[in-house]
Design a protein around this ligand. Structure first.
Ligand code: FES
Length: 292
């Protein structure tokens, strides 16, 4: 080996910390090279970490990957640069200069235990709901406070009571008013972000106000082919409301639903807990009349 070649032996940059990048880094590190392993994702592992089995052998992906991740994670010759991207490369073989942009994580990776609390309590994700102009998230009208306190009083316990409480609040007000959720957070000592995460997950809960009666026109396949769209249009015309909207007098909400399990009676419409099968456009006015 000439002395010029010897000068070139130094550090190696490996781009991408998937299974291939990790194996290359390990081989190079074992051979005595200093390895900089750059990965644009927040952790090493790549796509394989998201797989259950691999084709065609049906091997467990994690069994293949985990030993390499552990070796890579602890190897003194491998410097992991995760959440980083290459901005520029200059120079030539043996003398490269690489600029790498390291993205901000907003957490201290040395202290992070992976508990997930920062995701649960992410204010950025949930602030929009609470921060509506002209409304303080903590003010609650006396009547609403009494009703919410009654519900909270009936459900003793911690976080396991969130869903039943949300159910009762939704039942009481036909939606989940932010003031009620703030009161719930305060009394139960549960972060509001955690409550919102659950409230926004289930379709049964509404974060927007509803009418006194909720009309749902089934647009599942069986109902659709029997003219559900025409029925939906008729309701919309009669009530002067769009799908997803509430009438001006707050009497009705108009929504669609995908199958209510009565396909044999299609097309089907529900109003609150009442089910109307074999619907046609001429029945719309009669049905509305029952609820006004
Ligand atoms: S598709 Fe409408 S009830 Fe099943």
């Amino acid at each position: 080996m000439s002395s010029k070649t010897a000068e070139k032996v130094g550090a190696v940059l490996v781009v991408g910390a998937g299974v291939g990048g990790m194996q290359a880094s390990l081989d190079l590190a074992e051979a005595g090279y200093k390895v900089y392993l750059v990965e644009k994702g927040p952790s090493i592992g790549g796509v394989m970490a998201q797989l259950d089995k691999t084709f065609p052998t049906n091997d467990c992906a994690m069994c293949t990957l985990a030993p390499r991740m552990v070796d890579c994670g602890g190897h003194l010759n491998i410097e992991k640069l995760t959440y980083s991207e290459i901005e520029s490369i200059e120079g030539s073989a043996g003398n490269f200069k690489v600029s790498i942009r390291k993205k901000a994580r907003s957490v201290d990776p040395d202290k992070c235990t992976g508990c997930g609390e920062c995701v649960t309590n992410c204010l950025v994700k949930n602030i929009v709901y609470l921060d509506q102009p002209g409304r303080s998230a903590v003010e609650i009208e006396a009547g609403m406070k009494t009703k919410v306190d009654d519900i909270l009083g009936r459900c003793s316990g911690g976080r396991e009571t969130i869903v039943p409480i949300l159910h009762d609040i939704n039942e009481e007000f036909k939606w989940l008013p932010p003031e009620a959720l703030c009161r719930m957070a305060e009394v139960k000592e549960i972060p509001i972000e955690h409550i919102l995460r659950i409230a926004s997950f289930y379709n049964a809960f509404s974060l927007t106000p509803k009418g006194r009666h909720v009309i749902r026109v089934c647009t599942g396949t069986a109902c659709y082919v029997k003219g559900a769209q025409r029925i939906l249009d008729t309701f919309g015309r009669e009530l002067s409301v769009e799908v997803g909207g509430v009438t001006e007098d707050k009497q009705f909400s108009l929504e669609t639903v995908n199958c209510v399990g009565c396909c044999g009676q299609s097309p089907v419409v529900t109003v609150d807990d009442d089910i109307y099968g074999y619907m046609n456009q001429t029945m719309v006015q009669d049905i509305l009349g029952k609820y006004t």
